[in-house]
Design a protein around this ligand. Structure first.
Ligand code: UD1
Ligand code: UDP
Length: 381
């Protein structure tokens, strides 16, 4: 069986490591994987670092699309992916998550009848102003095999009309939906020990044996809205000053490029000169695992970082008005604060007082989601 896998944005490169590893370990005589990098993310720290570190094969193709408006970026990818699919004639196109690279793959493949496998299917924010919500809905509804990491995701698909009783052969008109756990959980389990052995991030940032907070911010509705960005950073600044704890912020390039423009001069100066706030470049995945597993608490608007906080049993403050990973909130381990400064601070103090009472049940599978996905793809051939 031949599959073409699309990667493009940072989290997809990381997710793809789980499937490539499962293929190499258990299915190398049965599945040939061709990897296409759209080039949506291209800085070394946003792309190549993961390919080098996580054992993903070098991409067979790179479309080098780069940054552009949604339309220009997605159109370039559709054209490039179509050409490759016509040449490679794969049995499946494998797509991850909800980025513009995902949407482009879904459009290109569905029009020329290449069956689509969507990994991370069924997730919904129910907020169609997010580009990701449109991308994931459109991809799910063009897919043949849909793998949902959570029960909630699976149930969302059923509510949208997917029939859980469909039997093979699965097609785009008779799709198969599966609740199989999360490939990101597979990765966190697999790379934890490797990260402990290899990552210098705690030492390099003087964080060993320290209580610190980890934060990431990159959603366009936070970075591109000065009022929201100001609220978030003033909460972070006040938490750092009041607690005397370091807050480590590996900054997405979208955020670092806009910080001086969208924060008031006063707050920008305070943040830059704070002895507690550490603005650092994006870190590698092994470094990220060390930061997540050793911090006291996570403050983020990232989807993946919310989940990894949960995997490593850390409470998370969610800088959005909703989340696709609602189980984390239902378990009391995450609080949705949006960009509300007071809510962010209150949630911080809530977790500091109550962290001993939190439970983090195993709701993201058994660490073998990628194996299940490989078996199911082969089984449908
Ligand atoms: C994209 C995804 C988002 C995902 C995020 C993961 C879409 C619509 N959004 O958002 O769902 O959570 O990736 O990180 O697909 N830039 C660089 N260097 C890079 C990449 C980006 O400088 O290597 C800067 C550029 O100024 C660019 C901006 O970041 O315009 C945004 O990049 P883009 O890929 O369009 O969206 P993300 O915000 O990264
Ligand atoms: N990540 C990383 N380095 C960083 C920030 C994030 O390796 O500096 C990893 C993180 O551990 C997770 C993924 O990137 O696996 C999440 O990606 P991101 O937050 O960019 O996107 P989202 O998950 O919100 O789509």
């Amino acid at each position: 069986m031949k599959i073409v896998t699309i990667i493009g944005a940072r989290p997809q490169i990381i997710k793809a490591a789980a499937l490539s590893r499962a293929i190499k370990k258990n299915f190398k005589n049965y599945i040939k994987e061709v990897i296409v990098h759209t080039g949506q993310h291209y800085d070394t720290t946003m792309s190549q670092v993961f390919i080098d570190e996580l054992g993903i094969p070098e991409p067979d193709y790179n479309l080098n699309i780069g940054s552009a408006s949604h339309g220009v970026q997605t159109a370039g990818m559709i054209k490039g992916i179509e050409e490759i699919l016509l040449k490679e004639k794969p049995d499946y196109l494998v797509l991850y998550g909800d980025t513009n690279s995902t949407l482009a793959g879904a459009i290109a493949a569905s029009k020329i009848h290449v069956p689509i496998v969507h990994i991370e299917a069924g997730l919904r924010s129910f907020n169609k102003s997010m580009p990701e919500e449109i991308n994931r809905i459109m991809c799910d509804h063009a897919s043949t095999l849909l793998f949902s990491p959570t029960k909630t995701g699976f149930n969302n698909l059923v509510k949208e009309g997917f029939n859980p009783d469909n039997v093979k052969p699965f097609t785009a008109d008779n799709p198969g939906i599966f609740h199989c756990g999360d490939v990101m959980y597979d990765n966190s389990l697999y790379f934890k020990k490797i990260a402990e052995d290899k990552s210098p991030v705690l030492k390099d940032n003087n964080l060993e044996n320290k209580r610190f907070i980890l934060s990431t911010i990159h959603r366009d509705n936070n970075t591109d809205n000065p009022e929201r960005l100001e609220n978030i950073f003033s909460a972070l600044y006040e938490i750092a000053e009041e607690s005397g704890k370091d807050i480590v912020l590996p900054l997405h390039p979208r955020t670092s490029k806009i910080l001086d423009k969208n924060l008031s001069q006063d707050l920008y100066d305070k943040v830059i000169n704070s002895k507690f706030i550490k603005l650092i470049p994006p870190v590698s995945f092994l470094d990220m695992i060390m930061l997540e597993s050793n911090c006291e608490l996570v403050i983020t608007d990232s989807g993946g970082v919310q989940k990894e906080a949960f995997f490593f049993k850390k409470p998370v403050i969610i800088l959005r008005s909703e989340t696709e990973w609602i189980e984390i909130v239902d378990e009391g381990c995450g609080i949705i604060t949006d960009a509300d400064k007071n809510k962010i601070k209150e949630s911080y103090y809530h977790f500091i007082e109550n962290s001993g009472n939190l439970n983090f049940p195993g709701i993201f599978g058994d660490g073998k989601a990628a194996e299940f996905i490989c078996k199911t793809m082969l089984d449908n051939k």
